[in-house]
Ligand binder design. Structure first.
Ligand SMILES: [Zn+2]
Length: 67
């Protein structure tokens, strides 16, 4: 399985968060993304939130420049 990432720069937020998280497994990435979403963005950890996050994962590593 290749590396996957999620990049907060792609999603507008009130905090203008620029964090990107990358991992070799989807479960690691999901756990880290859920914790980040809860701690920083005020989401609640729910099955629906986890499902939404999984849909935002991209293949590879975060780009240096904002898309
Ligand atoms: Zn963020």
């Amino acid at each position: 399985m290749g590396r996957k990432y999620i990049d907060c720069r792609e999603y507008p937020s009130e905090t203008n968060c620029t964090l990107a998280i990358a991992a070799d497994s989807e479960s690691e990435l999901l756990d880290a993304a859920v914790r980040h979403g809860v701690d920083i963005h005020g989401h609640s950890d729910s099955a629906e939130f986890r499902r939404q996050l999984k849909g935002l994962f991209r293949e590879g590593t975060p780009p240096l420049e904002r898309r």
